[in-house]
Design a protein around this ligand. Structure first.
Ligand code: NDP
Length: 496
């Protein structure tokens, strides 16, 4: 539209947010920008929509969500092309991303009743005259704030959990990928036309901040650790609970009995897919000495065959190119070597695969999230050294282990929320598994049973079935009854 546009940078024009392809600058679409008033209105609309949606019950919601899943699947090519047009990612990557999103909608829809529905709890002897009942009720309205790197999967994870649990959702997509965000909302409205159960509010960071302060009952945030702290601060004002999916610096450990070609294939995929702009991307590898040389050679061979514009798209966010350049320069200045790529690989808006070795552990390329198609490979003596290096950072999102005899033991000892053994990133696409990190990578979980409970309030109910044998919780108890309580306690719990 305008000659001065920087490809990939969102443009605000006449109340619209215009989204462009990061390499060509071609317009991908435009959406209306919301102000604080519009956010408040969306939340108000969501309030009544939430009541209607909750009243549909698990079965009614399941039917709608499964229809949404089918619609996404039917139109997967259209959605993937849209994701390509505004994020620059290869269509094949967007297809794989959508397949994981579909999995989470399907699993949440089918399992919400089992996980969250009413159940009786076991009787306890001291209060045996009461039955216990537990159910998980929806919060009401959930705000979802999403990033640009996986504009389909990252919001659909919390959205599918929140919707299956019976909440309405107001979604703030990243300013870099609003058109995909709006597409998701519009497609949901096709299967749920009655009420605005899922809405989008668009704009820059301040729209996300307004959403945090809008009266929503819970915020699900996915994005950088720095923004996560701002989101928590805003939510703290009204004690709004949050689930935080933040950044990472995931490591892969390659043990002595690993299948080396398979490890190299998974490292290259984990590091380079989506041009490395992956929160659970493999950014560091620690390979034990006996397999180090063979592993490194295989990584360089495989990564060197990736083609710019085919497997590796442009960087979605122009500013990220400078971060990647700084990490590469810093690693080389500190004594590291580029065995593939290097400073010349950075040709904005694309970055060619870069593999760095001999990089000191204290350098930015090892400690900070790079978010580009780069990988450090470090030789270690054994799995213990690999673990102590892998676990040395404040981040703790995902990880990978290649090996046979000790692989699962090593996986357990990684300080992270998720680990893939003999593959990379796999856990993100498994509906049964919770997704989330620890430390600077955040807390709380999306996906799986924990992901459903994250969007529900545990409601405990007791129902009296008979008069009390040990009536402690009344002023009408007698000294003799208190004595009986003491006797029962000693009998039940006084010995071990
Ligand atoms: P940001 O933190 O910059 O932005 C995330 C979202 O927050 C965007 O929608 C952004 O809006 C919004 N936002 C910005 N400022 C505020 C504010 N003050 N209050 C509320 N919301 C705000 O992250 P990116 O979009 O750059 O995404 C990349 C990051 O996301 C990486 O660190 C990556 O590791 C992480 N990530 C984590 C995942 C996980 O599951 N753990 C998955 C995917 C990514 P706007 O874009 O308009 O500024």
């Amino acid at each position: 539209m305008t000659a001065t546009r920087t490809p990939g940078l969102p443009v605000v024009e006449h109340g619209s947010l215009i989204s462009t392809h990061p390499a060509t600058g071609a317009e991908a679409g435009r959406v209306p920008i919301a102000d604080a008033g519009a956010v408040a209105k969306a939340v108000e609309r969501a309030r009544s929509a939430a009541e209607w949606w909750a009243a549909l019950g698990f079965d009614g919601r399941r039917a709608r969500l499964l229809r949404w899943r089918a619609l996404l699947t039917e139109r997967i090519e259209e959605l993937a092309e849209l994701a390509r047009s505004e994020s620059g990612k290869p269509v094949a990557d967007a297809i794989v991303e959508t397949s994981a999103a579909v999995e989470h909608i399907d699993w949440s829809a089918r399992n919400a009743k089992r996980v969250l529905g009413p159940r009786r709890t076991r009787t306890r002897l001291l209060v045996a005259e009461h039955s216990g009942h537990l159910e998980y009720q929806p919060f009401g309205m959930v705000g979802v704030i999403g990033p640009w790197n996986y504009p389909i999967l990252t919001p659909v994870g919390p959205i599918s959990g929140a919707l299956a649990a019976g909440n309405a959702v107001v979604f703030k997509p990243s300013e870099y990928t609003p058109v995909v965000g709006q597409w998701l909302v519009d497609s949901f409205a096709e299967v749920v036309p009655e009420h605005p159960v899922l809405q989008a509010v668009h704009g820059l960071g301040e729209v996300g901040a307004a959403l945090c302060r809008s009266g929503v009952d819970k915020i699900a945030f996915t994005g950088s650790t720095a923004t996560a702290k701002k989101v928590m601060a805003a939510c703290a004002e009204n004690l709004v609970p949050v689930v935080i999916e933040a950044g990472g610096k995931d490591a892969m450990i390659v043990d002595a009995d690993a299948d080396v070609p398979a490890a190299a294939e998974a490292a290259v995929w984990g590091a380079m897919t989506n041009a490395g702009q992956t929160c659970i991307g493999i950014e560091r590898v620690y390979a034990v000495a006996p397999v180090y040389d063979a592993f490194l050679a295989a990584v360089v061979d495989k990564a060197g065959k990736l083609r710019l514009g085919e497997e590796i798209g442009p960087m979605t966010m122009p500013a990220q190119v400078d971060v990647v350049r700084r990490h590469i320069d810093d690693a080389l200045a500190a004594g590291g070597r580029a065995v593939l790529g290097g400073p010349d690989a950075v040709q904005a808006p694309t970055i060619a695969p870069t593999v760095l070795v001999d990089v000191p552990e204290e350098s930015a390329a090892v400690r900070e999230e790079t978010f580009g198609p780069t990988l450090t490979v470090t030789r270690v003596a054994d799995a213990d050294e690999a673990l102590s290096k892998a676990n040395a950072l404040p981040y703790g999102l995902g990880g990978a282990v290649f090996g046979k005899r000790n692989a699962i033991r090593i996986a357990r000892r990684m300080r992270s929320g998720m680990v893939a053994v003999n593959s990379s990133l796999t856990f993100v696409g498994m509906g049964t598994l919770p997704f989330g990190g620890r430390g600077d990578s955040g807390f709380g979980r999306i996906h799986g049973e924990d992901g459903l409970r994250e969007f529900a309030v545990a409601k405990s109910i007791t129902v009296r079935r008979a008069p009390s044998v040990l009536p402690g919780m009344t002023f009408e108890r007698t000294p003799a009854q208190v004595k009986r309580i003491v006797k029962a306690l000693k009998l039940l719990y006084g010995r071990h």
